[in-house]
Design a binder for this molecule. Structure first.
Ligand code: PGA
Length: 242
């Protein structure tokens, strides 16, 4: 199993419902991995492309975008953690705000999914974040607290996990919190539970070449979760740096 402490920073590309075989070939040819191999670069293609990506990964790590809370059984259309393990997938995003908002996923299910992943040595990337309304009402910390409390499993073997803080109003909008706000929120997350000291905490939401360095250099930020900009080879190469 991958040990997160072996890496200094993490760059997770969330391709969402984009990409095909040709796109993957071009991406792998065009994006140069950093010479600094303490940087961990994870690509999360669609589930249909996980197998191809994992056979052609060429130094990239591979992650899924979702997993079922059930291990097996009559759950048509779901993806089991065992299928991810069969493909040697090491990471899986859970509780992305698009899953929470469009597919009505709740903290309890996200908790079960994360537990399922941890039990099977797949590293969960558990997403939390507030809406614009929450931010405007000044209740961001209460919302994050609620999500942290209920969506993160309290098992003993969960240190090797990742939390991604993604303000929903920053996703795909070009808007971001200030660097100070990002660092302060990450510090709040880390200090919320002493166990989170061992977690890696990534920031996501409109990360691009022009802000990636400053964000990932913040002292409480261990890396970035990147959506739109991860689909552009040149932009993504600049984000992961050399
Ligand atoms: P974005 O998406 O980088 O396009 O804002 C981030 C995400 O949804 O994880």
């Amino acid at each position: 199993m991958i040990k997160l402490d072996n890496f200094s920073s993490f760059f997770v590309a969330n391709w969402k419902l984009n990409g095909n075989f040709q796109f993957i070939d071009q991406f792998i040819n065009n994006v140069s991995l950093p010479t600094d191999n303490s940087k961990c670069v994870v690509i999360c293609p669609t589930s249909i492309h996980l197998d191809y990506m994992s056979k052609n990964k060429n130094g990239f790590h591979v992650g899924a975008q979702n997993v079922s809370e059930y291990a097996e059984g009559a759950f048509t259309g779901e993806i089991s953690v065992h299928s991810l393990s069969d493909l040697n997938i090491s990471f899986c995003i859970v509780g992305h705000s698009e899953r929470r908002q469009i597919y009505r996923e709740k903290d309890k299910g996200i908790n079960l999914k994360s537990k399922r992943l941890i039990e099977n040595n797949v590293i969960p990337i558990i997403c939390i974040g507030e809406t614009l309304e929450h931010k405007e009402k000044g209740i961001t910390k209460e919302i994050l607290e609620e999500q942290l409390m209920h969506s993160i499993p309290s098992s003993s073997s969960f240190e090797n996990s990742i939390i991604a803080y993604e303000p929903i109003w920053a996703i795909g909008t070009g808007l971001t919190p200030t660097f100070e706000e990002i660092d302060e929120t990450h510090c709040f997350i880390r200090e919320y539970n002493e166990k989170f000291n061992k977690y890696k905490i990534l920031y996501g939401g409109s990360v691009k070449a022009s802000n990636a360095r400053e964000i990932t250099d913040l002292s409480n930020v261990d890396g970035a979760l990147i959506g739109g900009a991860s689909l552009k080879s040149e932009e993504f190469t600049k984000i992961i740096g050399d």
